[in-house]
Ligand binder design. Structure first.
Ligand SMILES: NC(=O)c1ccc[n+]([C@@H]2O[C@H](COP(=O)([O-])OP(=O)(O)OC[C@H]3O[C@@H](n4cnc5c(N)ncnc54)[C@H](O)[C@@H]3O)[C@@H](O)[C@H]2O)c1
Length: 245
């Protein structure tokens, strides 16, 4: 797909990988619906894009809520008349206290954002793209969905589910001309590590891994580049691409 002139919806676009990808899509000529649960961060991303000459609109939405998904897709329709590219990217870690003391509400939140949000976002994307002859969905999984993560099993399970969901969506190419791929980042320099702890700093179990990565920690732009490649390359469908360190 040629990105120039297309419409993209990016979730979790107020920070990290989502922000970097929204900026890269706008720089490549797409109009971008910047969706995030944090309205202030979404506005910041829009400002960064528009200052660079790109087109973007902010939307406050919770991807884990039916109403949030409906609001995002209504907003992109209102702003740009439809959508060609959806990046289901918003995600969190489980935080403290760690498993098995994780509050039930937090377990539901992790699965609701990381997995159900991706599934609902993909379904809404397919429905929206039908009228335009197709499109591309990219989902953010994680290398944490490929191997056990003993301190955060909910995160690992939520990301493993995204990988299998993405691989199971390959038939959408034949039925709706929608390609669905996933990106599996390794340790990337974003604010998410703080969600493994108390929200302000990484958990004690994760910090040694972050320290060990040191200079090998990826910039979010490296993940954005992989996502744009998956959008551009029409041969890719069901690809789960590791972007590792
Ligand atoms: N950073 C890493 O090392 C790493 C590694 C592998 C996978 N990932 C995945 O990459 C994705 C992006 O994370 P990031 O690293 O850029 O983190 P980040 O914390 O910088 O960005 C996540 C964004 O998602 C938003 N968000 C959280 N809950 C939301 C909700 N319910 N609805 C809408 N938006 C919501 C946050 O406000 C934030 O702006 C996540 O799915 C994460 O699991 C990150």
């Amino acid at each position: 797909m040629d990105i120039a002139g297309k419409v993209a919806l990016v979730t979790g676009a107020g920070s990290g990988i989502g922000r970097a990808t929204a900026q890269a899509l706008a720089a490549a000529g797409a109009s971008v619906l910047v969706a995030d649960i944090d309205a202030g961060r979404a506005d910041e991303t829009v400002t960064l894009i528009t200052r660079s000459g790109g087109k973007a609109t902010a939307c406050q939405a919770d991807v884990s809520a039916v109403a949030g998904v409906e609001a995002m897709f209504a907003a992109v329709e209102r702003a740009y008349g439809g959508v060609d590219i959806v990046f289901n990217n918003a995600g969190i870690m489980s935080g403290e206290p760690t498993w098995p003391e994780t509050p039930l509400a937090r377990i539901q939140q992790v699965i609701g954002i990381n997995t159900t949000g991706v599934i609902m976002g993909t379904q809404a994307a397919v429905h929206a793209m039908r009228g335009r002859g197709g499109g591309v969905v990219v989902n953010t999984a994680s290398m944490g969905g490929l191997a056990p993560l003993p301190y955060d099993p909910m995160y690992a399970a939520s990301k493993a589910a995204v990988i299998m969901f993405t691989q199971s969506c390959v038939m959408l190419k034949d039925t709706d001309n929608v390609r669905v791929n996933a990106v599996l980042p390794g340790m990337t320099d974003t604010a998410i590590q703080a969600t493994s702890g108390d929200g302000t700093r990484a958990a004690a179990w994760l910090q040694p891994t972050i320290d060990e990565f040191g200079d090998r920690i990826l910039p979010p732009e490296a993940i954005a580049a992989a996502v744009l490649d998956q959008i551009r390359d029409d041969s890719l469908n069901g690809e789960c691409r590791v972007v590792g360190n």
